[in-house]
Design a binder for this molecule. Structure first.
Ligand SMILES: *Cc1c(COP(=O)(O)O)cnc(C)c1O
Length: 405
């Protein structure tokens, strides 16, 4: 059986997969089973922040795996303490504490539990989230996700979530009740189509949260750890924010599965002994891997490269003045190219984005879609100017090939 056949027989078909089996990766490149090379501007969906098999990450995993992989949170773990210190002191910059999970959805579930604990004393429990958001696939995180297609067929969903239009402070004010405990949002919506929050909105929401004693919880799972050109995605949009809670995953492990959330110091007592846990969460191996990734991002000043490559991408695409491209949106290397489906020759019933992503695989470039009319560019944070040039040539060729005559 081929990998495709075996997958179809034995793996639940919850994913719509492209017809490609990735066998090997190095830096910004991957190879399929037959040895054909591809540029990888998907990076495991903003996850392989240092590219594939970066020597610092490989070394950290190899060395830690010979010393201690896992013990249990029944005991103290040096690598976990070191990583928590690094995140609080160097990334967040405000006093607080970290809980370690294994994924983004779990990290967001933790933030939702934090909101419930916070509201207990005053009888509040509602979390306001935003249309087109994506927070993950556990029952809690999926209910927080304000997209009906993700809720379909899973009734009854947990109660206590209210969905509001993003970038509209009046809509948020209108949705407030005496039960509102928290706002949870992505500073830049990733899966929902690369939709950045505006500075006015984030600052307004932060002010409203303070005024009404509501938690400001930011989902940095996709936009965190350098992706936007700053260590925190929210810093790229609005400076001086001090969120009550932050969730991360994806890029913090560079491909090693790990997630986490931060709780500001003044609330840390709400999640005391016995209130939350995870067997794997924060084990020595995952924490050693994540520490190597974050230290490399900081030491190599990769946020500067992110900003330079963003400018290069924006300039290049603007220069095409392409009739099938509406815009480039997002921040740093979390960018979406807007497609004009009417200007493109796409088979009936197929989403333009998915059709173009498939065509780009044929050309040797991996990029993920984000909704039917956006393709995302999510290269590693250390992608080179040459690699960006090569990838953009392929993007332009794919658009040209599909232009309606
Ligand atoms: C991917 C993603 C999640 C879910 O993370 P998983 O690790 O897949 O559970 C949550 N929030 C955002 C913003 C994401 O992009």
């Amino acid at each position: 059986m081929t990998t495709t056949e075996k997958t179809k027989q034995y793996v639940l078909e919850t994913y719509g997969r492209f017809p490609l089996t990735v066998a090997r990766g190095k830096g910004t490149r991957v190879w399929d089973e037959r040895g054909r090379e591809y540029l990888d501007f998907c990076s495991g969906i903003a996850t392989c922040s240092l590219g594939h098999c970066h020597p610092a990450l490989t070394k950290a995993i190899a060395e830690q795996s010979t010393t201690l992989m896992h013990c249990s949170n029944l005991y103290y773990i040096g690598q976990q303490a070191d990583l928590a210190e690094l995140i609080v002191e160097r990334v967040v910059g405000h006093p607080g504490k970290i809980f370690f999970s294994n994924s983004g959805a779990e990290a967001n579930d933790g933030l939702i539990k934090f909101a419930r604990r916070f509201g207990q004393a005053t009888g509040r429990y509602e979390v306001i989230t935003f249309n087109k958001s994506f927070h993950g696939r556990t029952i809690g995180a999926m209910t927080a996700t304000a997209q009906t297609k993700i809720h379909e067929g899973f009734d009854p969903l947990p109660t206590g979530f209210t969905y509001v239009e993003p970038n509209n402070l009046d809509a948020v004010k209108a949705a407030l009740t005496d039960k509102t405990a928290a706002f949870l949002l992505e500073p830049i919506q990733g899966e929902g189509g690369v939709n950045p929050m505006t500075r006015e909105f984030l600052e307004g929401l932060s002010g409203l949260a303070k005024e009404k004693d509501i938690l400001l919880l930011l989902d940095e799972v996709q936009c965190g750890f350098g992706r936007t050109g700053d260590l925190n995605g929210y810093d790229t949009i609005a400076s001086g924010l001090a969120p009550d809670g932050i969730s991360w995953a994806k890029g913090m492990g560079g491909g090693f599965p790990i997630g986490s959330f931060y709780v500001a110091e003044k609330h840390a007592h709400l999640l005391g002994p016995g209130s939350h846990g995870s067997t794997y969460g924060g084990n020595a191996l995952a924490c050693a891997a994540s520490k190597a990734v974050i230290e490399t991002i900081i030491a190599e000043n990769l946020t500067e490269n992110v900003k330079a490559r963003e400018a290069q991408i924006r300039e290049t695409i603007a220069g095409w003045n392409h009739p099938a491209i509406t815009e480039v949106r997002g921040h740093g290397l979390l960018l979406g190219i807007g497609l004009k489906p009417d200007a493109l020759d796409i088979p009936e019933g197929k989403a333009a984005s998915i059709h173009l992503c498939a065509a780009l695989i044929e050309k040797g470039l991996l990029v993920p879609p984000a909704g039917p009319e956006i393709i995302r560019l999510l290269p590693p944070l250390n992608v080179s100017a040459d690699e960006v040039d090569q990838a953009l040539q392929l993007v332009k060729a794919a658009f040209d090939d599909h232009l309606k005559s």
